[in-house]
Design a protein around this ligand. Structure first.
Ligand code: 5GP
Length: 191
């Protein structure tokens, strides 16, 4: 998506990791008009897949998931970060490794909001090593729900997540895929 690539080039900052900081429009301050546009663009790619629910992960996926949910007119469920792994039987829970924080954390969803007859569209802001998406796939699988695909705003194509998830048969659609980013600039893949 050209507008997204332009915005990343203009406003993105490359931090060690490498981590792309896009706090001016996506991860801290949010450009609401642009986020709605991104959500619509993701929704368009899955328009015919009959999603009944969008599933994302707290916290940076929520805004984009709501934008996509509004375009598809389906509810948005976000996996909540849970302080302990000692949770009640009314929840589905899974462990996720955080790329940006370098720690593991448990996320949960209440069972009543994720059912076997749901068709789930996973949405997230970034795809790096794929751990967040894998956690969401695990939650959907515990519920017996079908996953129609994953919609991502920015995929870091030089990390393993996208390739691995696609090899496992998941349809992954990203609005921008970065093949490399360093002091020489950012190279995007055609997508
Ligand atoms: P993964 O689980 O695929 O390794 O990483 C995806 C998650 O880590 C996303 O939910 C996002 O919050 C965070 N993340 C990974 N890489 C980046 C990055 O380069 N920039 C930002 N802002 N977040 C990232």
């Amino acid at each position: 998506m050209k507008a997204l690539e332009d915005k990343i080039r203009a406003e993105g900052k490359i931090l060690p990791g490498p981590v792309l900081k896009v706090s001016s429009f996506l991860n801290h301050q949010m450009d609401s008009d642009f986020i709605m546009e991104l959500g619509r663009a993701l929704a368009e790619r899955f328009r015919d897949d009959g999603a009944t629910k969008i599933l994302t992960i707290e916290s940076s996926g929520i805004a984009i998931a709501v934008a996509a949910g509004a375009a598809l007119h389906v509810p948005v469920l976000f996996a909540k970060k849970h302080r302990t792994s000692n949770v009640s039987g009314m929840l589905y829970q899974t462990l996720v490794h955080s790329y940006t924080h370098g720690t593991d954390y448990t996320v949960v969803v209440e069972r009543e909001y994720l059912k076997a007859d749901d068709r789930v569209l996973i949405i997230d802001d970034f795809l790096a090593n794929g751990k967040a998406v894998e956690g969401l796939l695990d939650l959907a699988s515990q519920a017996g729900a079908k996953v129609v695909g994953a919609g991502i705003v920015i995929e870091k194509g030089f990390q393993e997540g996208g390739e691995k998830l696609r090899a496992d048969g998941l349809r992954v659609e990203s609005l921008a895929i970065i093949d490399s980013m360093d002091e020489n600039g950012i190279v995007f893949r055609d997508c």
